[in-house]
Design a protein around this ligand. Sequence first.
Ligand code: PAF
Length: 286
Amino acid sequence: MQTINHITHLREAVDDLREQGKIALVPTMGALHDGHLTLVREAKKYAPHVVVSIFVNPTQFGPNEDLDAYPRQLERDKALLESEGVALLWAPDGAEMYPGGFATSITVAGVSEGLCGASRPGHFDGVATVVCKLFNQVRPDVALFGEKDWQQLAVIRRMARDLDLILPHAGNIIGIPTVRESDGLAMSSRNAYLSPANRQAAARLNQAMREAIARIERGEDVAATLAWLEQQLLAAGFASVDYASLADAESLALLPGTPQRPARLLVAARIGQTRLIDNMAVEARI
Ligand code: PAF
């Protein structure tokens, strides 16, 4: 596996790979876990050459968020990617990604405004901008993202459609189902922050969401079910719930009643100092 830190070297390496076949990109912020490695394994089904990027993107962190504390484990990550047969690791530093004078930001209206966009102002501008740059730097045929960050995936697809991106085309932005721990907790680099007691309580998030989905799919009142879900999380030891919402799976418009189209239940909640997110499909009643 080649590890590259400079854009000029990246361009040469990508040109060489491209001569030999298609490229799939898995963008990450490192601190890799099985969720990321699943993306790498899935990527191999789409292209012979897998490029992984590791860049802890400062522009997607708010002033009071965990940028400094975000886990950084480059040597461990490299060994994992090597053992997965990754062709190239793109690991620029902040100055390479955002050279002096950098002044551009991409805002994707609508889909980035509610849910995490409401509680993390500017977060999705940072994500859309860095992902657009990563796409232009690597020019992958296919890019893969975890469905755990459902809103992020919707924002990136919207951006690719709206900006007529070619590599990758919006249709080649692939979402991969969330990888979960044995008790249902969605894998996340931030799970490492949880104390043992909070880690145990965090499992209630997925259980309560599944129970809420069963209620909604049975036709029970949506607002009452979301309020019940919030109560369940607070009773389990969560400190606060940023949102527990039912939304259209694609536009992320909030749904007040039983869904008539594919929908998603999305939750963000804080336990200790850690903010967890999760989302799951809700079947439409037609
Ligand atoms: O999901 C992530 O790890 C990040 O938001 C991403 C897509 C790599 C952009 O920094």
